[in-house]
Each structure stands twice: as C-alpha cells, then as structure tokens.
Design a protein around this ligand. Structure first.
Ligand SMILES: NC(=O)c1ccc[n+]([C@@H]2O[C@H](COP(=O)([O-])OP(=O)(O)OC[C@H]3O[C@@H](n4cnc5c(N)ncnc54)[C@H](OP(=O)(O)O)[C@@H]3O)[C@@H](O)[C@H]2O)c1
Length: 302
C-alpha cells in the first residue's frame, strides 16, 4: 500500500524502531489479504496502554509499538535515564507516552502508578505486565533473599499490577491484560528452578483471572517467549563477563542451533512485542486464558 497514511505509519515506525526492526516485524507478521500491513494498523487508537518493565528489552519494544499504533502509553521501570529516553523516542516519533519510575516489588508504588495513569489518561484499556528478572543457579544455592526478590518481582509484582488494574477495567467496561511468562513455564532447564516457578505461576494467574473476569469483558493471556535478544538474555549469555557483539552473536547462534529446533535463531524484542500487541488487541475477542508460545519452534521437538 502506498497511501499517505501508510507512508506516515512506516516513517513513524522506522523512526521509532530503526528500519531493520520494521523489516523484521513486517516479515514476522506478514500481511494476509484483507489485513492492513503492520505499519498501517492503528489497533490501539484512543486506548490507554500500561506497560511494566519498558525501560529495555521486550517492554521497550512493546511500548514503542503500542504508541506507533495510536496507544497512549504509560510505562515504568526503575532506571530513570532509560525511561526518559524511551519516552522521548516515542514523543519525537509523534506518539504519546509517559514514563514513571516504579519498582514493581513495592505494591504501594504499583497501585500509585496505576491510579496516576488512569487520572492522566482517563481510563485503562490494555495492560502488558512484563517486568521481570531471571536467575541461573542450582536450587540448593538459591538464598531465601534471592527467591523472594525474584518472586516479588516476577509474580507478586504482576499480581499487584492486576489487582490495581482490574477495578478500573471493570468500571470502564472491560480490557485486555497480557502477562509475560516464558517457555520455561512449559519445560525447564538446569539452574532455572526459581525462574520456572515464577513463570509457571503466571500461567496459573492468567488462567484464574480469565475465568473470574471472562463474562465481565476482561481478557487475560500469558505470553510465553523463547530466547529473545534483550539485555536480560545477553547477561545470561555472557555470564556477567564483558562480551563483544561478535562474541554474543556467535554464542546466540550456537545456542539457537542446539535449542531453537524450528528456526535456529533467537527472537528480536520487536518480534515478541508484536505477539503481545496481537494478544492485547481487539482482533481476537475470544482469546483468553491462553499461554501463547512465541519461541521459533524451541519447544516443538523432543
Ligand atoms: N529475553 C528472553 O529471552 C526472555 C524469554 C522469556 C521471557 N522473558 C521475560 O520477558 C520480560 C522482559 O524481559 P527482557 O528480556 O525484555 O529483559 P530486560 O531487557 O532486562 O527488561 C526487563 C524489564 O523489567 C524491568 N524490571 C525488572 N525489575 C523491575 C522492578 N523491580 N520494578 C520495575 N521494573 C522492573 C526492567 O526495568 P528496570 O531495570 O529499569 O527496573 C526492564 O525494563 C521478563 O518478564 C522476562 O522474564 C524474557
């Protein structure tokens, strides 16, 4: 399509994500007959979208993509400089976004954030509860402090967010909630006991909420990514030591050959963000309670 608006959308996305990412998103999602090409869609026009953990990685890519499709995006994370950078990037590209410094481990901060978002933008339609951390450690080596920190972030942080968001969605006539789980909710790896426990809990939380609010207009789904190129996975690949881009690419390619049985590559953050947008959008009104795997075929092989 070569319409003026199409050109403008592509320009927005290109400015926001960089042309490679746009290409990747276009290729990943395709444009079936009758469906607007990704760069022209406005699925979140007039919607208020909240994203937790959008200072980097999947959340950042999602905040940019939601804004590119017309959403008023309120997002959080602890690193202020990065949050402001993302907000500025979205605004410079013509989108609407507000960053707030929030630690999801503190339920009072989470509640205040959700209240402030509704006050600023007048409602809440979509929540992408994505903030999370990982840990690679043998089960008996995990301290109670480490267990609590991970669970407080990955599970209680999501619960606190949902508890604050749902009343606003109920009073606003409905909404859509997406939780970032992982393929590690389906199967696990050595050294992943705590992380797997947290991500599996989110699948249960999504199912329970889908059941409780299914007739009340709120859909809840869990997004289960495989390995994604983000600062989180880069930290895991490097094991904490400095790693050049070349070394990372080599390690990621080797990992993908051994583990991503289908496509033999890891995902970009933008590809996974597009799956979050799909789950969050009104395109699939019957989709609730699902665990949506986006792993390039990692879990299809035995
Ligand atoms: N990358 C992968 O391969 C992969 C695979 C499956 C699932 N996931 C999940 O995807 C989600 C996003 O991870 P990512 O890969 O994009 O990693 P990332 O780049 O490290 O992003 C994590 C985000 O969560 C935020 N966050 C962490 N702790 C927080 C806290 N206490 N309060 C507020 N925000 C917090 C971080 O912001 P601040 O540090 O600024 O607070 C950051 O914005 C996580 O839930 C992760 O478990 C990732």
């Amino acid at each position: 399509m070569t319409t003026k608006s199409g050109f403008e959308r592509r320009t927005f996305l290109t400015a926001a994500l960089g042309s490679t990412a746009v290409l990747a998103a276009d290729v990943a999602c395709g444009s079936p007959v009758g469906v607007a090409p990704i760069a022209e869609r406005r699925r979140f026009e007039g919607k208020v979208v909240l994203v937790t953990g959008a200072t980097s990685g999947i959340g950042r890519a999602a905040a940019i993509a939601f804004a590119a499709e017309g959403g008023k995006v309120a997002f959080c994370g602890r690193r202020e400089a990065l949050g402001q950078e993302v907000e500025q990037q979205i605004r410079q590209a013509g989108g609407e976004a507000t960053y707030s410094k929030v630690d999801v481990r503190d339920p009072a901060q989470v509640q205040a954030f959700v209240d402030a978002v509704v006050q600023r933008y007048g409602g809440l339609h979509v929540a992408f509860n994505n903030a999370g951390i990982s840990m690679a450690k043998g089960l008996h080596e995990v301290s109670l402090e480490e267990w609590n920190d991970l669970l407080d972030t990955n599970v209680r942080g999501v619960f606190a967010a949902m508890r604050a968001q749902i009343p606003y969605m109920l009073s606003g006539g409905g909404g859509s909630i997406v939780l970032t789980s992982s393929v590690q909710s389906v199967a696990t790896r050595k050294g992943s006991s705590t992380y797997t426990a947290s991500k599996r809990a989110l699948v249960g939380l999504a199912q329970a909420a889908a059941l409780e609010y299914g007739t009340l207009g709120i859909r809840v789904n869990a997004l289960c990514p495989g390995t994604v190129d983000t600062p989180l996975s880069r930290r895991q690949f490097s094991g904490g030591r400095p790693m050049t881009e070349e070394e990372f690419q080599a390690a990621a390619a080797e990992w993908a050959r051994a583990n991503v049985h289908g496509q033999q590559r890891i995902a970009t953050a933008e590809e996974v963000a597009q799956a979050a947008l799909m789950l969050a959008s009104d395109d699939h009104p019957y989709l609730t309670g699902s665990s949506f795997i986006v792993d390039g075929g990692m879990t299809v092989a035995l």
